[in-house]
Design a protein around this ligand. Structure first.
Ligand code: 5GP
Length: 189
């Protein structure tokens, strides 16, 4: 998505450790107009797939997921990264190692919000090694629901997570794929 690539080029900052900082429009401040267009593009990609629910993970996936959900007319469920004691009842749970924080989180979704009838689109802000996405796929499958695919804002292609998940037969569509960002210069696939 050209508009997103231009925004990344203009405002993205490459930090040590292969981290791209996009706090000015996605991870801290939110460019609502840009995210609305990203939501529209996600709907163009998956609009014919019969999505009944969008699943994301807190926190930064939520805004994109909501913008996409407006076009699909379906609810957003966000998996919680916590030891939440207030969820109660049946929960689906998976351990996910965070790329940015190097911590292992229990990621949970309450049983009442995902069911075997659901056809789920997974949305997230970044795809690096694929741990978060594989965790979300696992949660959907625990519910007996179907994973239709994933829509990712920014995939760092050089970290291999996207190719790994695709090789497992999951459709992954990324709005921007970074091929290389060594030395701070960003090249897209
Ligand atoms: P993965 O699990 O694919 O290794 O990493 C994906 C998760 O880590 C995303 O949910 C995102 O929150 C975070 N992440 C990975 N790489 C980056 C990055 O370069 N910049 C930012 N802001 N977050 C990232």
């Amino acid at each position: 998505m050209l508009l997103l690539e231009e925004k990344i080029r203009k405002e993205g900052q490459v930090l040590p450790g292969n981290i791209l900082k996009v706090g000015s429009f996605l991870n801290h401040q939110i460019d609502v107009d840009l995210l609305d267009k990203m939501g529209e593009e996600i709907h163009r990609l998956y609009g014919q797939s019969g999505v009944t629910k969008i699943l994301t993970i807190e926190a930064s996936g939520i805004a994109i997921a909501c913008m996409a959900a407006r076009h699909f007319g379906v609810p957003v469920v966000f998996a919680k990264k916590s030891q939440s004691r207030n969820i109660g009842g049946e929960v689906y749970s998976v351990k996910v190692e965070s790329f940015t924080h190097k911590k292992v989180y229990d990621v949970v979704v309450a049983g009442e919000f995902l069911s075997a009838e659901d056809r789920v689109l997974i949305v997230d802000d970044f795809l690096a090694n694929g741990k978060a996405l594989l965790g979300l796929v696992d949660l959907v499958r625990q519910a007996g629901a179907q994973v239709l695919g994933a829509a990712i804002a920014i995939e760092k292609g050089f970290q291999g997570g996207g190719d790994l998940v695709r090789s497992l037969g999951v459709r992954v569509e990324s709005l921007a794929i970074i091929e290389q960002m060594d030395g701070g210069e960003i090249r897209f696939r």
